[in-house]
Design a protein around this ligand. Structure first.
Ligand code: ZN
Length: 498
């Protein structure tokens, strides 16, 4: 090992340990921590965060990063860690410390004010602080921008390196051109899909039992992970021997079933990262979009296919006999694929989902690069829903206030959700050429599909970015046409459109 990297590693290990502790607190906060714990635990989190900041952001580390960059003997894995750290430092360095701290305070207020405004269904209460958050984001992006780089491009880069406004305009342009008319055709079709049996009074215990079964079935290893409940399902990754998922139980059976498969998809990614990378800065998923591609691949492409349920549908029927005993497999699969425009992104089906993201992309791009005023957001939001989905929110709560992202200063994050679906479709069509995809699922061999994904994607962590992964795996750069093809084939068939 290079002596420079060896010296740097002491600092990296310390930072990693602090980061792991912080992640564990975050997990605990959302799952098991008692209600009263917040404030005092907050003190601990504050101290640990400060320590983390110090551990990576000091002169010794900066010297060592410089030395490592000039050192020609680093391995691929080491080079990736130095690159990640160097990016992090560059970002911190260009922002004055006082402004950074002011922003941290602002977003914690902002998230709270957003929650209250949403509760009160009043965008006016949130607008003033949102304006400040946007000001900061523009200022910070300006500090980081290289030469002629646009501010929104700087923000996009943070979540999805390799993707720019230019590329995303093309991608979302295609979605607008193809998915909006496809949805219109679906709505106009006379085909009615029954899904009433997915709503009911399902016991939490039964949902948990089947949830654990499904998670394990797609490859979540309970000796290296746990499953808990939380208000919104999420995945916490500590290292490749400890990945945690959550789910929620309500009166929609499909909601818990598919959120378990979704989070298990995120977890399978993290569990598959190779031992040389785990517990390092390069030991997470390649990007937001690539992560989402894997969770959605498991949830939608695998989990909502008929082949997936062939070997296990009986088990589901046995778990919920009152609702499912006279519902055949075909009827069940049609129900979990039903498309219906709704106002809430997180509840959207596969067809309408990308339209929710398209709307957010267009709006946040205008907020950062264009002239869109915060006051005009609710109306613009509603107009776009009417134009693309044919429905109009009657309240801020169901409209512009529904997502937490902007209150946290996360601009540039939303596109990753739609990119994830598109990456997944591109991988899917390639894999169908390489293996008998449906045959494997019908035989209950999800493992063969998972191993392929591990070999081509998961094991690499952040060694490759998403476009490189797509190129190396499918032989082609990002190509959104596969996503359109996937949606067309699926929904034209489901709604007898041809
Ligand atoms: Zn996800």
């Amino acid at each position: 090992m290079s002596k420079h990297f060896d010296a740097l590693k002491t600092h990296l290990d310390r930072a990693m340990a602090l980061k792991t502790a912080l992640a564990l607190f975050e997990w605990d906060n959302e799952t098991l921590a008692p209600k009263e714990a917040g404030e005092l635990t907050g003190n601990v989190i504050g101290i640990l965060s400060g320590e983390y900041f110090q551990a990576v952001n000091n002169d010794q580390v900066k010297e060592l990063v410089k030395a490592c960059k000039e050192d020609g003997t680093l391995t691929l894995e080491e080079t990736a860690q130095v690159r990640e750290l160097s990016n992090e430092l560059e970002k911190l360095e260009c922002i004055p410390k006082e402004e950074y701290q002011e922003f941290a305070r602002l977003v914690s207020d902002s998230a709270r004010i957003w929650a209250a405004a949403k509760e009160a269904d009043d965008f006016g209460k949130f607008a003033p602080i949102l304006k400040k958050v946007i000001e900061f984001q523009k200022k910070f992006a300006g500090y980081q921008a290289k030469e002629e780089q646009k501010k929104y491009d700087v923000l996009l880069h943070e979540y999805e390196p390799g993707f720019t406004i230019e590329l995303l305009d093309e991608f979302f342009g295609l979605i607008k051109k193809e998915v909006v008319p496809l949805l219109k055709a679906v709505k106009a079709s006379k085909v009615l899909i029954r899904d009433d049996f997915l709503t009911g009074d399902f016991s939490d215990a039964q949902q948990e039992k089947i949830g654990r079964f499904l998670a394990e079935y797609v490859g979540f290893d309970f000796s290296k992970g746990v499953m808990a409940t939380s208000a919104h399902p999420f995945t916490t990754n500590l290292h490749n021997k400890d990945v945690r998922i959550t789910t929620h139980y309500n009166d929609n059976l499909d909601s818990s079933l598919f959120s378990v498969i979704h989070e298990a998809g995120h977890a399978v990614y993290e569990l598959g990262i190779c031992d040389d990378l785990t517990q390092t800065l390069a030991g997470q998923g390649a990007s937001m979009g690539m992560h989402e591609s894997q969770s959605r691949f498991f949830e939608n492409i695998i989990g909502r296919s008929k082949s997936f349920w062939v070997p296990i549908y009986e088990k589901l029927q046995e778990a919920f006999p009152e609702s499912l005993f006279d519902i055949g497999l075909d009827m069940f699969v049609r129900a979990v694929n039903k498309a219906e425009p709704g106002l809430i992104r997180t509840e959207a089906d596969e067809l309408t989902y990308s339209l929710h993201v398209l709307i957010r992309y267009e709006l946040e791009k205008e907020l950062i690069e264009g002239e869109l005023a915060v006051e005009d957001l609710p109306k613009m939001w509603a107009d776009k829903y009417e134009e693309y989905l044919g429905i109009r929110p009657e309240s801020d709560k169901e409209g512009v206030l529904q997502d937490i992202h902007w209150s946290q200063g996360s601009f540039g994050y939303f596109p990753s959700y739609a990119l994830g679906s598109a990456f997944g479709a591109q991988l899917y069509y390639h894999m169908k050429k390489e293996m008998d995809f449906d045959g494997l699922l019908e035989d209950g061999k999800v493992g063969a599909i998972r191993e392929y994904l591990k070999e081509h994607i998961h094991q690499y962590g952040k060694l490759k970015d998403s476009r490189t992964i797509l190129k190396d795996t499918t032989g082609e750069d990002f190509n959104p046409e596969y996503y359109i093809k996937y949606l067309k084939e699926k929904y034209q068939d489901l709604y007898h459109l041809q």
